[in-house]
Structure formats: C-alpha cells, structure tokens
Design a protein around this ligand. Structure first.
Ligand code: GLN
Length: 556
C-alpha cells in the first residue's frame, strides 16, 4: 500500500482502554449520529478480536444478542446501535472477526495466492484487515467509523491495532483519526476523579505506535477543566480533545452530551472537513419524550436469556421506541421462563400490561413459555410472540384449543404426531432469486433462513392496520417453519394466517381473532426499529398494552 492513495472517505478508529463494557459501540454510533446531523454520510465497521468466524454460533449469555442484517449476516450487536442511531445500512462487510480474517488468509494460502512466501501476521493478516477497512471507502461515504473490539493490552486485538496504525502512514493525518475511550473513576473516599488508568491506557496504545487524537472519558460526572488539563498534558492531546462521556439514563442522550462537549467540532477540525452546524432536533425530541412520558406500561419478557440484558438488546430498544411513539415509559419485567410454574404465574403476571415471548433456541424454559402464552390468551392480555415465541404460540393453541395435546415443533420432539412447526427442505429466497436448500446431512439443517424476506399482509387484519401497507419486508433467523398442512384447522378455530410469503409457502404472521392483541411473527421486527421511527408492531403493541392497562385499572 502506498502513501499516495487518494480516497474521498476519511476514517475514524475507535479503541477502548482500561476495561470492557465502557460503551464503545454506543460511542461510535453517537459519533455517527452527530456527523450525520452535520450532513455527512457515514458508515461503520466493527472489528472483533475473537476466532469465531461470526457470532452466530455463540451463546447469547456470553456475547449478547446476535444482530441480523438485511443481507442475512449474523453480526455483533454493535451493528444494531449503528443502524438505530444513523441511516447507515449494515451488512456482512461491516463486521469482521479475527476468525473471518484468518479464514480468508488461510484460504488464500491454500489456493497458492502467496505461493513461495512465508505467510505471517505482518504483512499478510494486517494487509487483509486493511483491505476490509479500505473496502468501506467510496464516493458515497464521507466518514467511516471503525470500532476495534476488546481492550488495548489484549493479545487478541494486536493485529487490528497494527493495521490501523499503518493506515495513518498510508492515508495521512487529515484522513485518519484515533479516538480512545477510557475510564475516569470517581473515588468516593478520596472525593476525587482519578486519571491514572487513562494515562496507563494511553501509554499502552503509544507503545504500539498509536497516539490518540481524542479521548472519550467515561465517568459519572462532567470532568472539570483542571482534570481535562491534566489528562491533556499527560496523554499528549489537545485540551479540547478531552471529552466527557458521562453516564446517562437514556442512551439517546449521548449524541447531545458529546456535542455539548465539542466532540463533533473537534472531529471535523482534525479531519479538516467543512460542514454546517449539526441539526440535533431529532435527538432533542427523543430525549424530551423519554424524560416526560404521560404514563407507563409494564411488559413481561418471558425468555431464557433474561439474566444478561444484552441478550435482548434490540428487543429492549424496540419496546422503548414503541413507548416513545405513544408517549409512554415502558418498564420491562424479565421473567425467567424456566422458573414460571402454574403456582406462581398469577402472582408473576397479574400486574403486567403486555406479555412478550422472544426468539430463542433449545428446549429449556419451553413449558414456562407455554404457560405465559396460555395466560395471555385466556386473560386477553396483549401478547407478542417473536420467532420461537410465535412458534410456541401456534403450538399452545393447537394443544389447548384444538386439543391435539401432543402437538410440537420437530425441534423439540422429532416424533410428534402433529408437527405443527417443522423443518422445510427448501424454500424460495426472492432476495437472492434462488431456491435455498437445507443440508440434509446436517442435524440442525446447516442453513437458517436468514436476512430479509418479503411478506404479504391480509387486508383488514390488525397487522395490516398497524403497518398501513400490503407488503412488508422483515429480517429472519430461524430454521423451523409453520407447517401449512395445519393452516385450515387452525384458522377454523380462530388463529389466522395474516402474513405470508408472496409464493404463499412461508407463514410469517399469525393473529388470534377474538382477542385484543395476540400476534406472532416468524421474523425479528426488533432489528428494524429506530428511536425516531418505532417499528409499527412495537408501536401498536404498546398502544394495546396501554388500552389494556386502562381497562384493568377501571375493573379494579
Ligand atoms: N429455534 C427456532 C428455530 O430455529 C426459533 C429461532 C428464533 O427464535 N430465532 O426456528
């Protein structure tokens, strides 16, 4: 790579220090929001240091939610933040892991691409990383924000850091910017903010050749000028490049705080970009609504991964967005499905205004989910079933209304006499324009139905009213499907198919007649919700929950 490479796109590299979970993803997303508010076009890249090729095989308990993009890539949850905070559209090329990088290098080696050479981390792996980063550039993108996962000092992230170090040499100072997110703790007993961890973290970065240009300091209070001065002096950055990244209640306040601290001004100054002042009215409006709700609703999420908040990241956000659209605060009550029993269900769910069973894999907690679904159906509480939640909703109905008690999904009972939910051998993918075939040699199918698929809505149905259109497109991540053999029997009993693929082979949405809101979707609507534009189903679900709450109050 040569120094003279001329690109329109400029790059911001974000690294993290001291400890993990400081919110690098949200910081990157908020930065993107600010640059967009200045009229710039942005994109993102998340570089994850682990060896898995993608997070698709990872347990949500460890890694949090797997975020699915339009093109069907299974990615890091930070891509969800990027899409919620900006208009950038993410796909497979916006998330690379060490595994994906090494896989590509090793594949090339086997094909003889490096014939005769010794394949090494530098330059082969670092060049591969650089080419993924540079791939983001183009005339349509003004700034690409690259977030390096992990914490500086980890062995795993070294090749990524070396690659971004080289890029300043390749692209020049005005085209690259290093932003480091660090931690400034307040020590209560001393009554002081401490800068030493930040100094050490920057020292660590400098040891590998990166001098940060801007420091984002995560802290519980605004940093006073003398602390900023001290950090600036010891870390060798401008005083106005030390930015407070204060803890917030509402994540959508982060862009406003960053702006108040002068972050976007400093970025455009250092990257030498001329822009207008940012228009932040959208973010101000979101925060105003968030802080002044007219009332609240409580939604129970009955799931398996309820102990790690990040497991349902997009879902939690989508529910909040549904609240914003109705001027309501949404309080989430996480209910661990495997602890729900016929004895404690009344006490657990009596006071909630809506119940949601989210997506999931594996049999654990299934019985508890059936109990919650039945409770919502029979008590006429608004109920939203997502993916696995929808599948279980159909099974619960078959068992308890049609009285086919052995009905199940073949995911959980291979020999059920009523395989209401089953594995399909092949299906049409309009996005790719081809038939997708399940790999019969693999136990779990080898393929999931992933990414966006179109769906026709039944006129007059609740979902048709909520969406306000005849055809929609939503993102998927599952193997099993509604078995059309049972459609007629279910519809006769009142559970209607109201959303289906254009070829009428894949059932996408079911809705119960004679219930205020009992809707199940085979897709994941939460991936497409934004704070400024709540997903129509979440907006309508929260509206229905509030109606229910008002009625409940009247009854009592
Ligand atoms: N386990 C179910 C399937 O594979 C549902 C998956 C999900 O909820 N994302 O079809």
């Amino acid at each position: 790579m040569k120094r003279s490479k001329k690109l329109h796109t400029k790059f911001i590299f974000i690294t993290g220090g001291v400890l993990s979970s400081l919110g690098k993803g949200l910081a990157a997303a908020s930065m993107g929001a600010l640059l967009e508010a200045r009229g710039l076009r942005v994109t993102f890249l998340k570089l994850d240091p682990y060896i898995n090729v993608d997070p698709g095989t990872m347990n949500p308990f460890q890694h949090g939610e797997v975020y699915v993009t339009e093109d069907g890539a299974e990615t890091d949850l930070d891509l969800g933040h990027y899409e919620r905070f900006t208009s950038a559209s993410m796909n497979a090329k916006n998330n690379y892991t060490s595994g994906k990088i090494y896989y590509s290098v090793i594949t090339k080696e086997r094909k003889g691409v490096y014939l005769g050479g010794t394949v090494q981390i530098i330059p082969h792996v670092t060049d591969e990383i650089k080419s993924c980063i540079l791939d983001l550039a183009g005339p349509q993108i003004d700034v690409a924000i690259v977030e390096v996962g992990g914490t500086v000092g980890d062995i795993e992230s070294l090749p990524f850091l070396e690659a971004i170090r080289q890029l300043r040499y390749d692209l020049g100072r005005e085209n690259t910017l290093y932003i480091h997110l660090t931690f400034v703790p307040y020590i209560k007993t001393a009554g002081e903010l401490k800068t030493k961890p930040t100094q050490h973290s920057v020292k660590e970065l400098r040891a590998i050749g990166i001098q940060p240009d801007i420091l984002l300091c995560r802290t519980d209070r605004f940093l006073p000028p003398e602390i900023k001065k001290k950090i600036a002096l010891f870390c060798n950055v401008d005083e106005d490049a030390v930015i407070t990244a204060k803890d917030v209640d509402c994540i959508y306040e982060i862009p406003l705080i960053f702006h108040q601290e002068g972050l976007d001004e400093k970025i455009v100054e250092l990257l030498n970009i001329w822009t207008r002042e940012p228009d932040l009215s959208v973010w101000q409006e979101i925060v105003r609504k968030y802080k002044n709700p007219k009332d609240n609703v409580t939604i129970a999420i009955v799931g398996k991964y309820v102990n790690l908040k990040d497991s349902y990241k997009s879902l939690n956000e989508a529910l909040t967005h549904g609240g914003l659209a109705n001027d309501l605060r949404v309080d989430l009550k996480f209910v661990s499905a495997d602890e729900l029993t016929p004895e404690n269900i009344e006490e657990t769910l009596r006071e909630v205004d809506g119940i949601l069973v989210p997506g999931g894999f594996g049999i654990r907690g299934i019985e508890g989910k059936f109990l919650a679904i039945k409770y919502a159906r029979t008590h006429k509480i608004p109920f939203f079933g997502i993916c696995l939640g929808m599948q279980l909703m159909v099974i619960e109905f078959t068992r308890n209304v049609l009285k086919w008690e052995e009905a199940h999904s073949t995911e959980f009972d291979k020999n059920t006499p009523y395989p209401i939910i089953y594995l399909m051998k092949e299906w049409y993918n309009p996005r790719k324009g081809c038939i997708e075939k399940r790999d019969e040699t693999c136990d779990l199918g080898g393929t999931m139905r992933l990414g966006s698929y179109p769906c026709k809505l039944l006129r007059g149905s609740k979902v048709w009213k909520a969406y306000g259109c005849d055809e929609i497109s939503e993102r998927h991540r599952h193997r099993y499907e509604f078995n059309l053999v049972y459609r007629e029997a279910l519809e006769k009993a009142g559970l209607k198919v109201v959303g289906i693929s254009p070829d009428e082979k894949l059932v996408e949405i079911v809705e119960l007649e004679d219930h205020p809101w009992f809707i199940g979707v085979q897709f994941h609507p939460e991936f497409k919700s934004k704070p400024s534009a709540a997903h129509p189903l979440f907006k309508d679900f929260i509206r229905a929950a509030y109606e229910y709450k008002k009625q409940r109050k009247e009854r009592n």
